[in-house]
Design a protein around this ligand. Sequence first.
Ligand code: GDP
Ligand code: IMO
Ligand code: MG
Length: 424
Amino acid sequence: MTKVDVLLGLQWGDEGKGKIVDVLTPNYDIIARFQGGPNAGHTLEFEGIKHVLHTIPSGIFRPGVLNLIGNGVVIDPVIFQKELEKLAPFNINLKERLALSKKAHLILPTHRLLDAASEHAKGHNKIGSTLKGIGPTYMDKTGRNGLRVGDIFLPNFKEKYNHLVEKHIGMLAHYEGFTYNLAELEGPWFEGIEVLRNLTAVDSEQFMYEAQKAGKKVLAEGAQGTMLDIDFGTYPFVTSSNTVTAGTCTGLGISPRSIGEVIGIFKAYCTRVGSGPFPTELMNEVGQAIRKEGNEFGATTGRERRCGWIDLPALKYAIMINGVTELSMMKADVLSIFDEIKVCTHYIVDGEKMDYLPYDINNLDVQPVYESVPGWNCDLTGLSSWAEAPAELKNYVSYLEEKLETPITVVSVGPDRVQTLQTK
Ligand code: GDP
Ligand code: IMO
Ligand code: MG
């Protein structure tokens, strides 16, 4: 049995997972998504073209690699169809290169409406959801009401759909003044269902078991980030799935004993999109400079990402929860604009020093405490080997490795596939 390697985000998402999965794909036979859905936006850049994937795993552009959408993922047939259409110019044999778990849940148009209505009702306390219907779909999954990919092949699928929609319409009626036109949304949705019917649907747990037995190498691709995990993130400002390594087991149907390497990915600084606590957020010109230099705007929603310095207590927590064995540090090039880089080493919470995340991070006064590290102040984007990297960057990496007690094996210096340095 081969082990399954995992790559996941250690911060609040958008760390650069898509890029690194694409870089690593030649080492694997299968790339598998295990949670999340179209709330994700994973960017890949190569040969002068930028691709953004939402539900489809980031191995789709490499010939000979099977991309699996696991049972833990939630699928919106409308967004999925659009994603497939964008792939059309690349002549990818989707029937062969893509497989979906029959147990993956479907996002209904009414899930999206419920997401919007719930966010609207929350007012100032809104989560800042991507409005893709993620929360309501996972609620129906755990509430045992959901529709799954396998259901679309059943003769009574429409009946099941109507039954669930009826329930949702009842729920929507509680949101006073919330108006919608369901018929308009249903047309494209059923069109998307037809597209799904023509793809390869599998029993993914069985599929994974056979693949592992046959010696296939698998990389599980996380979505979102550890600080957005439903259990371990900054609840309630989180997504509705387990984004951590443990989610790989439940989201693909593999045994905990088959987890191999865990590659944790983080930005050389920190970003967050949507509401919720962010201890190192910089609401000043430094934060704006990072946003501008890093082009920090959401790949799914286009929203401005909030920016701040790197947060070691949060990173250490993420490394602990995930059992990270190696790290990839992204967007080092963005910090080239600074003479001095700040690193949050611990927090002061109610006058007390803490180097881990307090329970009630949302309501406590969490003050980050920083150490300064010299910047490199030069362009990194043309570097082709780690040996050529400036001493200050090497120093930043060794400093973080020591603090995080984990090796940083990859340093990324630009969005393109080739702008990736192996440090070991
Ligand atoms: P993901 O959700 O984790 O896959 O990350 P996103 O694609 O949402 O956001 C990462 C953004 O940073 C994308 O626009 C990438 O093209 C870009 N990116 C990735 N690595 C680097 C890097 O090392 N430097 C720069 N400047 N951009 C990068
Ligand atoms: P990738 O995979 C960054 C955030 C939303 C919101 C919260 C809940 O590209 O890293 P949801 O729509 O899931 O109910 O939103 O989670 N969020 C993300 N932030 N990257 C993502 O995915 C995200 N997916 C969800 O902004 O704060
Ligand atoms: Mg993203």
